[in-house]
Design a protein around this ligand. Structure first.
Ligand SMILES: NC(=O)c1ccc[n+]([C@@H]2O[C@H](COP(=O)([O-])OP(=O)(O)OC[C@H]3O[C@@H](n4cnc5c(N)ncnc54)[C@H](OP(=O)(O)O)[C@@H]3O)[C@@H](O)[C@H]2O)c1
Length: 302
């Protein structure tokens, strides 16, 4: 069992706070099979061998192919591994992303995940809100989340979460069923969810930032580079360590298609940020325009 500082509850399990996001293993624009299947298998195996017990995925990555690669690399799964998937989107033949949130589509997505991951029950399913693909937008999620709660009652899903959601949608989902995690865009420069993170921490709910390193074009900041040099770390390690320090309920799923970056990212769990660097790191968000990350983050694939 991981120790308290390096772990947090994710549903009925306790996981290390440093996990792995599998989205970068897909082809360009998260569409198609991995460019190098053997490399993808090696990364997943290296992650688990290094102690990662929380992997984030979606059956619409590829689509299908990333879950199939996870299965090939890791099945039969170690008993402590929590695989978190998401539903709510689907891919067109041309790679386009669309909302897929009718009861039929949600049921289909759950069965696609079960089959491609080769499990009887999905550990955690996030409902990816698709009212606006690129930025959380208000609107009721009652019908969709109730459908997922029904699939949970059928024994197909152990725990539910929500992604790309406003605070009101998180509250609505929590009234319908237990929510064990919220997965929204958040990183050292993009902090729209500060209040939500604090609220969820008080409630014991995990917050899992997507794009922890900035997403499609990783974070670039001279302050990050400067602090990293002073600490003998890399800018990405400082960005991850800052997230770990930000709140104890934050679980990380940095994505990478490289074993070298994987190892670098995992080492960030051991990096302690001295008090005096916090104010300087906080300035990174203050310098970027309100609500905007330092770098662009739009990408297909959610
Ligand atoms: N719920 C949602 O809507 C949603 C949306 C997006 C993503 N996600 C999930 O969140 C996870 C994380 O997001 P993400 O992968 O898109 O973005 P990310 O983790 O912020 O960044 C990934 C990018 O950073 C690079 N990178 C990783 N480690 C690095 C290092 N040590 N040094 C330099 N560059 C490094 C990767 O390139 P290399 O491959 O070259 O390392 C890749 O370009 C995804 O894998 C996915 O599971 C969820």
């Amino acid at each position: 069992m991981p120790d308290a500082a390096s772990s947090f509850a994710l549903g009925s399990r306790t996981v290390h706070r440093m996990g792995y996001g599998a989205m970068q293993l897909a082809g360009p624009r998260v569409f198609g099979a991995p460019r190098d299947r053997d490399a993808a298998l090696a990364i997943l195996r290296a992650a688990v061998e290094s102690g990662v017990d929380h992997i984030d995925t979606a059956d619409f990555y590829g689509p299908h192919t990333i879950n199939q690669v996870i299965r090939e690399a890791l099945w039969p799964y170690p008993p402590n591994l929590v695989i978190v998937t998401k539903v709510g989107a689907a891919r067109g033949e041309d790679g386009s992303v669309r909302s897929a949130t009718t009861p039929r589509e949600l049921t289909q997505a759950v069965h696609d995940n079960l089959r491609n991951l080769r499990v009887d029950v999905l550990d955690v399913v996030n409902f990816r809100v698709m009212i606006d693909e690129y930025s959380p937008a208000e609107g009721s999620i009652d019908e969709q989340f109730t459908m997922l709660a029904e699939l949970q009652l059928q024994g197909l899903i152990r725990h539910l979460g929500i992604s790309h959601a406003t605070a009101a949608q998180v509250a609505e989902a929590r009234r319908i069923s237990g929510v064990v995690c919220v997965q929204n865009l958040y990183n050292i420069s993009h902090r729209a969810d500060d209040a939500l993170i604090d609220h969820l921490a008080a409630e014991g709910v995990a917050y899992v930032p997507y794009f922890p390193l900035g997403g499609i074009s990783p974070l670039q900041s001279s302050m990050l580079t400067q602090v990293a040099a002073e600490l003998g770390a890399t800018p990405m390690q400082v960005a991850l360590a800052w997230l770990l320090h930000r709140s104890p309920n934050i679980l990380l799923i940095p994505g990478t298609s490289s074993v070298r970056h994987l190892r670098e990212n995992l080492q960030a769990a051991a990096l302690r940020l001295p008090e005096h660097v916090h104010e300087r790191l906080d300035a990174i968000a203050r310098r970027s325009p309100a609500g905007q990350p330092v770098v662009g983050h739009r990408m297909k694939g959610t």
